[in-house]
Write a protein that binds this ligand. Sequence first.
Ligand code: ZN
Length: 165
Amino acid sequence: MTGRIEFDWQLSGSGWATCRIADAVAEAKYVVSYCTDALADLIYGLEGMYRPDPVERVSFDLEPVEIRWVLRGVGAGVDVSIHRFPDMSASFDAPDADGTVSWRSTQPRRRLVHAVVGAVQKVLQEHGEAGYEARWVRFPFPTGALQDLLRLHLLHDECDQPHEP
Ligand SMILES: [Zn+2]
């Protein structure tokens, strides 16, 4: 497992967001559309990492590219593989292996979830719920999902970093 993980979510325009993830080795950036509730889906996927035998898939629509997150719990870590498919309408049922691996890293769950929770809290601080919905348009800010993920993180991850709202 590498020692660094960064995650960032920027609302970049009406119905678009820029998602950035990086570890010590590589960085990936995706411009994600509001065709799906991408940020909420990713949070739900991470919540799945607290269940037994965790495997979750989350797709982002980049119109037309599909970015598919495959999250697998491995011991105290999460293996993140991000697969890229050229056309989401064609790859909906395609196996992961048909995509090209765009970014991959295994991280301690504690660090990965901490990074995502912090980034989502930052989005809320910057825009507020109303501002988020005005920019993301089709879906409200995922308040309940964020609270659930933070609760799981605090309960199970023994995180010693601060969690400022
Ligand atoms: Zn934490």
